[in-house]
Design a protein around this ligand. Structure first.
Ligand code: ADP
Length: 410
């Protein structure tokens, strides 16, 4: 959201959405009914040694873009400084009359499967769920704690990435491992990016003018992280991510599906313990591991320049994606809609075309003019009259979180 001139002032009735990562805080202030974005920004490189000149907060408000430069030692300092940029831009969040603060929380475990008003007990439980999401829940908890301290009178709501997949059928959510061990340790497929899959599948029904209850959908959320879901009648029946966001599709730095035997093999033969393998699978695999770049645009540029590793990485990415599309077509008994979303899904016509190439006999095709048209709107890219609607729908997790929070606090 860079178009500062589009930002209208005022925060009354708005929701502040906060998405805290290990070294970043993304935030957006928006009016949930109109979807009007009043301000947005990002705190970056939290806890990293950076020069005094390095921009670590970029804030887009009613009066343009402002910045903070220099090191941000911790999440609390980052959020406080972001609040100062709000104030300098004319919005004092403490007195603004905010409706709620909505927090993106990655793992809700078996416990949280709806948006939940945050209390001390809720924070403690989200913290306990860190064993299931050690990279994600601890920063989420930090964001919640600091936001509650800064805005003690504003209701705060947690919206969980896992919630949409809570009701996965048993056959889809169960790993075929020792059932006693699985039960004792909460091991099941939880799924992630649920807020996006739910929001996008709802938008698909709107765009097609169809009742969501009547639709069989495949949603492909392809960003830095990537996941696919199969949705029948508005309910998720399968998804590619599992106990953690590591399973499934090839991602920027994550491997997606592998033979778990690789971990044992590396422990025995390469002196790599479990933590070293976990680190490799999360941070140095996927596109990064295969081609040395995690960004899809950089990958495409490398392919253009004739880099064969980049070409292979792309082919592996597409191969995995098509495997999931095929699986979900069978699970759903055919699809009414296949939808691309998130950074890669929304912006790469080449990837969309390759993902669905040669599927005409299944009623699936991409119209090349529609696919390459420059547009940021939700739109159809299949030919007129095709049996399966193929769409591009921009995701908007912030809006979905803001709306969920607003509904909950009334
Ligand atoms: P996140 O998972 O961090 O929310 P995004 O949904 O923003 O990620 O997706 C980021 C990915 O989208 C990056 O790999 C980026 O290269 C890719 N991307 C963004 N714009 C384009 C584009 N025009 N063409 C191809 N890929 C793009």
């Amino acid at each position: 959201m860079n178009a500062a001139q589009d930002v209208r002032p005022g925060a009354a009735h708005c929701v502040l959405v906060i998405n805290t990562g290990s070294s970043s805080i993304k935030y957006q202030l928006l009016e949930p009914d109109s979807a009007d974005v009043r301000a947005s920004g990002q705190v970056s490189r939290i806890g990293e040694p950076v020069g005094d000149d390095t921009v670590t907060i970029e804030h887009h408000g009613a009066h343009g873009t402002s910045e903070h430069r220099g090191a941000i030692p911790d999440h609390g300092t980052g959020l406080r400084l972001a609040f100062e940029l709000f104030a300098r831009d004319g919005t004092d969040l403490v007195t603004a009359g905010l409706r709620a603060v909505g927090h993106r929380v990655v793992h809700g475990g078996e416990i949280f499967y709806r948006p939940t008003v945050i209390t001390d007990a809720v924070v403690a439980t989200i913290d306990e769920l860190s064993t299931l999401a050690p990279l994600h829940n601890p920063p989420n908890v930090a964001g919640i704690r600091y936001a509650r301290a800064l805005l003690p009178d504003v209701p705060q709501v947690a919206v969980f990435d896992t919630a949409f997949f809570h009701g996965l059928p048993d056959a889809a959510k169960t790993y075929a491992i020792d059932a006693h061990i699985a039960a004792a340790h909460g091991i099941r497929r939880y799924g992630f990016h649920g807020t996006s899959h739910e929001y996008v599948s709802g938008r698909v029904a709107e765009v097609l003018g169809r009742d969501p209850a009547a639709l069989r959908q495949i949603v492909l959320h392809l960003g830095n992280g990537a996941s696919a879901s199969a949705i029948r009648g508005g309910r998720a029946v399968d998804t590619s991510m599992g106990l953690t966001p590591l399973e499934g599709l090839v991602m920027g730095t994550r491997s997606g599906d592998i033979d778990p035997g690789i971990i044992a093999h590396l422990a025995r033969t390469a002196d790599m313990d479990v933590e070293a393998s976990y680190e490799m699978l999360n941070r140095n695999s996927g596109l990064e591991g295969l081609a040395g770049v995690n960004d899809f645009r950089a990958l495409q540029a490398a392919i253009e320049a004739g880099d064969r590793r980049a070409r292979l990485a792309y082919d592996v990415y597409v191969h995995r994606l098509r495997r999931y599309i095929g699986a979900y077509l069978i699970e759903l008994g055919g699809a009414d809609a296949i939808t691309f979303t998130a950074g890669v899904g929304e912006n790469s016509p080449a990837l969309r075309a390759d993902a669905l190439r040669g599927l005409e006999s299944f009623g699936i095709a991409v119209d090349s003019l529609r696919n390459t048209a420059k547009s940021r709107a939700a739109r159809l890219i299949s030919p007129e009259g095709a049996a399966v609607s193929v769409l591009v729908v921009p995701t908007d997790e912030e809006l979905a979180i803001a709306r969920a929070a607003a509904v909950l606090v009334g």
